[in-house]
Design a protein around this ligand. Structure first.
Ligand code: WT7
Length: 576
């Protein structure tokens, strides 16, 4: 039932929220009014990294802890804002010494280690564009991204470098590799610690136009290779305001964003928007486990927690006894992103932590939260909430005509907000195709109810969301056909109670090859290594043919409908 609204009033909240009257703020807010929340240089330019760190390091928050870091093996470190400023300055000097210039691409292929955080900031300080690569990526995924971006510098570690070594020869633009864990240079790579030790702690931060490029992230669509989404320095304004209003972050919070900076959440709300507000952030390098996560929440006195539905569902499945063993009373605000959050997840938060999970909706392309549930606003469990002040959201048809409440259509946003992607790297046409009739078309379908709450229905395309991670079926199909036994493959997202979706592949084998459990395993291993650890098909079905259009395109919606036992719709364009 959808009518069990979770009522919110100021009296019921543990703290006065930053956004204390949604309707009033929504009616009156304009982005220009918020420009004063940032520090601008005298020449009216800005730098996102300066705003995230330096302005705090140069003021009262100088010795305040900005980053609590815990490694996979339990090592604990603390960094103040001053530490982060000095380390990012040093890193910026290292880049300068290597000849990095404004607009060059500097990529990070690392697990969640401190070098990734200050390196990212240091890159922005030089005016270069920082890019991140999820540590689960294999050779093919790495190659596509490093080649398309023509990255000049790659920062990685010894273990991950082995994957880079296999493709390095085909990346002529890649000039230098920096290793975070090597005491000295080795086989064409430099030691970052060694370069850092000789670098100055002083750096003159690059003054950037608000719309100059700051960082880029590759993300997947239905077809083609991943696209490089570019964000401008002014995106930090959106991230700052949304971290304040939707995540309700205040300077005295201990905030934990469980997302990896290989994805946009880990950047927008793990580096930029949240440090800009002066809060302390927890980063845990290790893998997910329910007991460890509760332990971290308790040990660091986490107050605001931003996580994802798959994690919430796994925690739920681990049982309610476990969290009751920990003292978690300091938690005061819980948020979720990345995939649909079912009403059960929202309510489970309330049952276990005394507060519901607040769903938020956005994308890599949007640079920050667009639709959210706010501490002060009643929650309709299952709804993504309402647009952030400054954001105009609508449901539109395929021609970009706005639809009335309760009608399903494309979730669309009026362009021009500060976090909106500024371009798609070297794919201007693709960029332009995202806008219709002065709306940014998100690729998600949904509807708006009579009270203005938005509800998610599904993707308009074939993009897969598995455990919150966005995977393009084309990338997986391309990797599958590289396997010596595979001729053709069609890939879909199959609904899964825990992961939201799992990747399922329909595979045609070469003549004479027989399908077996061993072959399934072998193909899975191949994809994990070749493409990415998280993007392998958990299910593989061997088939004799695949549904195709006359032009030879695999019709994934047909595979999906069949898999789910749904009507298959119009098949008149199919040949098989
Ligand atoms: C896609 C964007 C947003 C940062 C992390 C993901 C899906 C995202 C929700 C939500 C239902 C959601 C959409 C969207 N998605 N949030 N609250 N409810 N679906 O960024 O990897 O670019 O993925 O994730 O399909 O388009 P991303």
């Amino acid at each position: 039932m959808r009518d069990e609204i979770i009522k919110k009033t100021k009296e019921l909240l543990p703290k006065e929220p930053s956004l204390n009257d949604y309707d009033k703020t929504y009616q009156s807010f304009e982005w220009k009014q918020a420009y004063k929340e940032l520090d601008w240089f005298e020449d009216n330019k800005i730098n996102a990294a300066y705003n995230a760190v330096d302005r705090n390091a140069q003021g009262d928050r100088k010795n305040k802890v900005a980053l609590y870091w815990e490694s996979d093996d339990g090592q604990k470190l603390k960094y103040t804002f001053l530490d982060l400023m000095e380390l990012s300055n040093k890193f910026a000097n290292v880049l300068k010494n290597l000849g990095v210039e404004r607009g060059d691409r500097v990529f990070f292929f690392l697990p969640r280690v401190p070098e990734l955080y200050y390196g990212f900031l240091g890159t922005l300080k030089t005016g270069a564009i920082a890019g991140t690569l999820f540590a689960a990526f294999g050779e093919q995924a790495l190659f596509d991204r490093l080649q398309n971006s023509a990255a000049k510098i790659l920062v990685t570690n010894k273990e991950l470098k082995e994957r880079v070594d296999k493709i390095k020869g085909d990346l002529p633009k890649l000039e230098k590799i920096l290793l975070v864990d090597a005491a000295r240079g080795d086989r064409g790579a430099l030691s970052l610690p060694r370069e850092m030790s000789g670098a100055s702690e002083e750096f003159k931060v690059a003054h950037m136009d608000a719309d100059e490029s700051a960082f880029m992230l590759y993300t997947s669509g239905t077809t083609g290779k991943p696209k490089g989404i570019i964000h401008q320095h002014l995106a930090i304004l959106h991230q700052h305001m949304s971290a304040k209003w939707a995540l309700d972050i205040k300077e005295d919070d201990i905030y934990w964003c469980t997302a990896d900076p290989g994805w946009v959440t880990g950047i927008a709300y793990g580096i930029l928007g949240t440090w800009s507000l002066g809060a302390a952030t927890l980063v845990y390098e290790g893998r997910f486990s329910p007991a460890k996560w509760y332990e971290l929440l308790q040990e660091y006195d986490v107050t605001v927690w931003y996580t994802a539905p798959t994690a919430i569902r796994i925690l739920m499945a681990a049982g309610d006894e476990l969290p009751r063993k920990y003292d978690l009373h300091q938690l005061r605000h819980l948020c979720s992103v990345g995939e649909p959050l079912n009403p059960e997840g929202v309510k489970w938060g309330k049952k276990i932590f005394g507060i519901p999970f607040h769903d938020t909706w956005w994308q890599t392309e949007t640079g920050g939260i667009l639709i959210a549930n706010y501490p002060i606003m009643d929650i309709k469990p299952g709804s993504m909430g309402k647009p952030l002040p400054g954001i105009i959201a609508g449901i539109v048809d395929d021609n970009g005509k706005e639809l009335p409440p309760m009608r399903e259509g494309n979730i669309a946003i009026r362009p021009g907000w500060p976090g909106m992607m500024q371009k798609i790297w070297r794919r201007q046409q693709k960029y332009e195709s995202c806008f219709i009739n002065n709306w940014y078309i998100s690729g998600d379908r949904g509807y708006k109810d009579k009270d203005g709450y938005f509800w998610f229905i599904g993707r308009a395309d074939d993009v897969i969301k598995t455990a919150g991670e966005r995977v393009g079926p084309f990338e997986v199909e391309s990797a599958l056909v590289e396997h010596p036994s595979v001729v053709e493959a069609g890939v879909i997202g199959k609904p899964d109670p825990i992961r939201g979706e799992i990747i399922k592949a329909f595979v045609i084998l070469k003549d004479g090859v027989k399908g077996s459990d061993k072959l399934v395993e072998d193909i899975q291993k191949y994809i994990k290594k070749h493409l990415a650890g998280h993007a392998y098909p958990r299910e593989i079905e061997f088939v004799n043919s695949l549904p195709k259009t006359r032009s030879g395109k695999i019709v994934r919606r047909f595979l999906k409908a069949k898999e789910m036992g749904l009507p298959i719709g119009d098949t008149s364009t199919l040949v098989e």
